[in-house]
Structure formats: C-alpha cells, structure tokens
Design a protein around this ligand. Structure first.
Ligand SMILES: Nc1ncnc2c1ncn2[C@@H]1O[C@H](COP(=O)(O)OP(=O)(O)O)[C@@H](O)[C@H]1O
Ligand SMILES: [Mg+2]
Length: 241
C-alpha cells in the first residue's frame, strides 16, 4: 500500500457546483444542477446525453456557466480558465482516453512532467502505480490498448499533483477484464486521499466507489444521495425519469 501522495491540508469541501445553468450556444443543457459535496468520491450517473460531460466541462472551466458558481477549495473559480484551475489542484481526464498517439508512453508523461521540480519522481511514481505503462514505456500511445491508454491519461493527470481528479467515463470502451483494474485504481486513489469526481456508466462500481451520487436526467438533478450498494434501486428509478 503506497503512502498517501495527496496530503490533505484543507477543509472538507473541495468542489462545489452550485445551481449550474450551462449549455452550448443558445441551447441550455444543465438546468440548475448542484453537486452533492464530499471530500472523497462523488459519482455522476445518467443516460447518454443527460449532461454529465457538460457538467464536468463546467467544473474544469471549458464551459462558462450561464449562471451558478464553481467553488474550489473555498475559492470562487467560476471565471477562471482551465489552466488556472489545474494550477489550483484540479485535474481532468476527458472521455475517450486522449493522449498524443504519435508520442511514446514516456514522452506523453514527460510532456506533463517537464518543468516540474519533482518531474522525474512523479513519473516514477506513476510507472510504479501502472506496471503496464512501465512495460510499454517506449511504445507509441496509439498502439496501447484502451485500458492502457486510460491508465496513461490518468497517470498524466496525477503528475500535476492534483487535489481533485475529474474522470469522465474511465471504463468506457475498455475490455471487461481491464475494467476491474481501472476501478481498483479509482478506489485506491480515493483511499490515498484524493478527491474524485467520477462520471460512470457502471452503476454498481460507481456506487461502490462513491461517498455521494448525483443522477442527471435531461440536464436536471433527478436524485442525489449517499453511495453504497443499497442506493442502486433508487438510482435506476431516477435514471428512468
Ligand atoms: N460540443 C457540443 N455542442 C453542442 N451540443 C453539445 C455538445 N456537447 C454535448 N452537447 C449536447 O449536450 C447534451 C448533453 O451532452 P453530454 O454532456 O455530452 O451528455 P453525457 O455526457 O451525459 O452523455 C446532449 O444533448 C448533447 O447533444
Ligand atoms: Mg459524456
């Protein structure tokens, strides 16, 4: 068991998304969504098109909400661009395991680590966490499996030494045998003290990992509550709305 890489020196509430209205152009996608607060794992569930990715884009600052507030670590970051939010400790792994496919695994990690004082140590930590990345350090990212690319994307995010990791469907399109590995990683990170905002289609895993959950249905918060297996029935009902 690694020692905590994410020492906590802060209050319990990390990320607040309060009464978020947001969308694209004239189309409103999120209609007054408020995220339940937790310093461990919050899962966002809902069908395709419900607005989950849009909510995460608001959290990291890729979309400015039309109204509502994003508070991170006690600071209102609603008008800060993504890079300033990353500097404050947010890390974002978008849907689809994006890395630079023509660069090797190691080069992808170095791109993030370059210029960081502890860059080499941070890369080594992630290679120890993800043995497949160490094994395929010189392989082009485009030739990695879906699961390995997801691990690479998470490793890149962790090299920024975040307080909070925002993950958009980390198990999407990944072989079932590898899904369990990604799930284990998320649980491990939470155990190490990292806060996680997790969008997930696998309800069982999401509720197992989550301290709190939010169900989105057509851009509305249709249910929130405590995680755990007993929440599954309520979540399925809320998703059907
Ligand atoms: N870049 C975009 N431009 C315009 N509409 C978008 C864009 N991305 C998503 N949408 C629309 O916003 C709604 C919510 O999408 P999204 O947040 O991706 O849902 P989810 O992640 O829950 O599947 C959908 O109706 C989708 O078509
Ligand atoms: Mg999505």
């Amino acid at each position: 068991m690694p020692t905590s890489l994410f020492p906590r020196e802060r209050g319990p509430e990390v990320l607040e998304l309060n009464d978020i209205h947001a969308g694209y152009g004239r189309t409103l996608v999120l209609h007054g969504v408020t995220l339940p607060r937790s310093d461990t794992v919050v899962a966002v569930l809902g069908h395709n098109g419900a607005g989950k990715s849009t909510l995460l884009r608001v959290a990291i600052g890729l979309i400015k909400p039309r109204s509502g507030h994003v508070i991170f670590d006690g600071e209102d970051v609603t008008s800060l661009p993504p890079n300033k939010r990353v500097a404050r400790g947010m890390a974002y792994v978008p849907q689809g395991q994006q890395s630079f496919s023509q660069l090797t695994t190691m080069e992808n990690l170095q791109l993030v680590a370059d210029g960081r004082r502890r860059g080499k140590a941070l890369i080594d930590q992630q290679l120890a966490r993800f043995p497949a990345l160490e094994k395929f350090a010189t392989r082009k990212a485009g030739l990695l499996s879906g699961g390995q690319r997801q691990q690479l994307a998470i490793a890149r995010a962790l090299i920024t030494e975040p307080k909070m990791l925002i993950l958009d469907e980390p198990t999407e399109g990944i072989q079932p045998t590898i899904v369990a590995e990604i799930e284990h990683t998320v649980m491990q990170l939470a155990h190490e003290g990292l806060s996680v905002l997790l969008v997930e289609q696998h309800i069982g895993f999401a509720l197992e990992a989550a301290d709190k959950y939010l169900v989105l249905a057509s851009g509305f918060a249709s249910s929130t509550g405590e995680g755990g297996a007993s929440a599954a029935e309520g979540v399925r009902l809320a998703m059907a709305i």
